[in-house]
Design a protein around this ligand. Structure first.
Ligand SMILES: O=C(O)CCC(=O)C(=O)O
Ligand SMILES: [Fe+2]
Length: 466
């Protein structure tokens, strides 16, 4: 690779770096999933089937298989109990999955009738619209379950696949799963059209969906990121013969949808997934990666060895591949720990190379004043970190105009940067400042900024390369 790189011009090298980042962003993992078998329940009086190597792990009461005496290995779990507050006469009700007589049991009917219609968030409001989402829900406080995603190993997998901790970072990252609602998508038309989950804090990085064993057809979950789609189809009748928990987890900024359930009931418990500081290390769960193994590390390392590459030094800019709520008051505390997949890999690769890499809020002015003599708009206003959204209380005269100097000096402190070499395209911006511009007609104005990783590349003579 080194000799090929040496023959390339600077533009070509930058293009090469840029396409290697693009490839990484589109092929990087953004979702994962799996199956956890549920041990079969022994029906009272019936002998265990021959060839069934599992001993009688679970005995069964009438509607309620009881507690496991001994869990042979963590891949197989006991049937899952749900207890909920019922609007019927009973104070609380219980059902076990897989249910022995699923759809015609009294408890199943009660569960269906205790579910409220599920709403979804639209422009800050909870909206009920069955053409968009048709499902029932039990709110998180209205039910309890003995299912634990930690015990089953699901959280370990999520931590390793979606939130790899990298050796050398000051604190390794762990995952905290917080149980959310129970949802029932019933045939013939249960569905949830394409949407993105609302993050419940800066540290939320994903969602986990756990599907209980209950016969249904249709209802596949599709998760999308950068033009790629992953499908999780949990339909079928296996919930009777091979009962299992099916699960999927994905980054919160990935669009996802549930196709129409044709028949039966698709019953899920959702969890919000948060990054925790250091828990991964304490629990011994993380799979530390060596950033020097990352292909990007090698590529940048070889490129930097070429004296003609950015010989006088400069700045590389990389727009984040995933969405983050970066304009909040506390975002600066959460980065870089909340970086997802490819963004973390890029951040770590540059750090491992000893390059100064920093996450900054960047405002790209588009007014004519910012074109230089050659007519190129190559200026950016860079905040020295992640800047929270501000509403300006004072009014600004119409002299603010395209320059924005006054309002930005007050509410988006910045340095003007020139000629950042952007390696990836910007995918989203957030509002950075809102202000009243008081000219002939007072009007409300706003400016947007994006979050980007800016890497200072030293001049050839100052580079310390391995
Ligand atoms: O049940 C699922 O597969 C996903 C549910 C979902 O997207 C949500 O509750 O926001
Ligand atoms: Fe969702």
């Amino acid at each position: 690779m080194a000799s090929t790189l040496r023959a390339m011009s600077e533009t070509k090298l930058l293009n090469e770096l840029s396409s290697s980042l693009k490839d990484k962003a589109t092929t990087a993992t953004f979702a994962c999933g799996g199956t956890i078998p549920i041990a079969k329940v022994k029906v009272p009086g019936s002998p265990l089937k021959t060839g069934d190597k599992r001993k009688s792990e679970f005995s069964s009461g009438s509607d309620s298989p009881s507690v496991a005496k001994d869990l042979p290995h963590r891949e197989e779990i006991k049937p899952v109990d749900i207890r909920w507050d019922s609007t019927g006469l009973k104070a609380g009700t219980k059902i076990t999955f897989p249910a022995q007589t699923p759809f015609d049991s009294e408890s199943f009917h009660q569960l269906l009738s205790d579910c409220e219609p599920a709403s979804f968030g639209q422009r800050g409001k909870d909206v009920l619209d069955e053409t968009y989402r048709k499902a029932g829900k039990l709110e998180k406080d209205a039910f309890m379950t003995d299912f634990c995603p930690y015990v089953t190993g699901i959280i370990d997998v999520i931590a390793q696949v979606l939130l790899p901790s990298i050796a050398g970072t000051p604190q390794l990252r762990g995952v905290r799963a917080e149980r959310y609602n129970l949802n029932i998508y019933s045939g013939p038309s249960g569905k949830f059209r394409a949407h993105i989950d609302t993050p419940r804090s800066d540290m939320q990085f994903g969602s986990l969906v756990v599907c209980l064993p209950c016969v249904h057809q249709g209802g596949a979950l599709l998760v999308r990121h950068k033009g790629n789609t992953m499908e999780f189809d949990w339909s079928g009748n296996e919930s009777e013969s091979e009962p299992a928990i099916k699960w999927a987890a994905f980054y919160s900024d990935c669009e996802h949808e549930i196709l129409e359930v044709k028949s039966g009931h698709r019953i899920t418990i959702t969890y919000n997934l948060y990054v925790t500081h250091g828990a991964g290390m304490l629990a011994g769960r993380s799979l530390p990666m060596d950033p020097k193994q990352l292909p990007l590390y090698c590529m940048v390392n070889e490129t930097l060895k070429i004296p003609s590459f950015m010989s006088r030094g400069g700045i590389l800019g990389i727009h984040l591949s995933h969405f983050y709520p970066f304009a909040t008051e506390n975002a600066h505390k959460d980065f870089p720990y909340c970086l997802k997949g490819v963004d973390m890999a890029v951040f770590e690769a540059f750090h491992a190379l000893g390059l100064q890499a920093k996450l900054c809020s960047v405002m790209i002015p588009d007014e004519e004043e910012y074109y230089d003599e050659e007519g190129a708009s190559n200026l950016e206003f860079v905040n020295d970190g992640l800047h929270p959204f501000r509403v300006a209380e004072e009014e600004y005269g119409d002299s603010v105009g395209p320059g924005d100097e006054e309002v930005l000096t007050d509410h988006f402190p910045h340095k003007v940067y020139r000629d950042i070499h952007w390696l990836t395209k910007m995918t989203y911006e957030e509002m950075a400042v809102v202000f009243l511009s008081n000219g002939n007609v007072p009007c409300l104005e706003w400016r947007y900024a994006c979050a980007a990783l800016l890497v200072h590349v030293p001049a050839t003579a100052d580079r310390e390369i391995e």
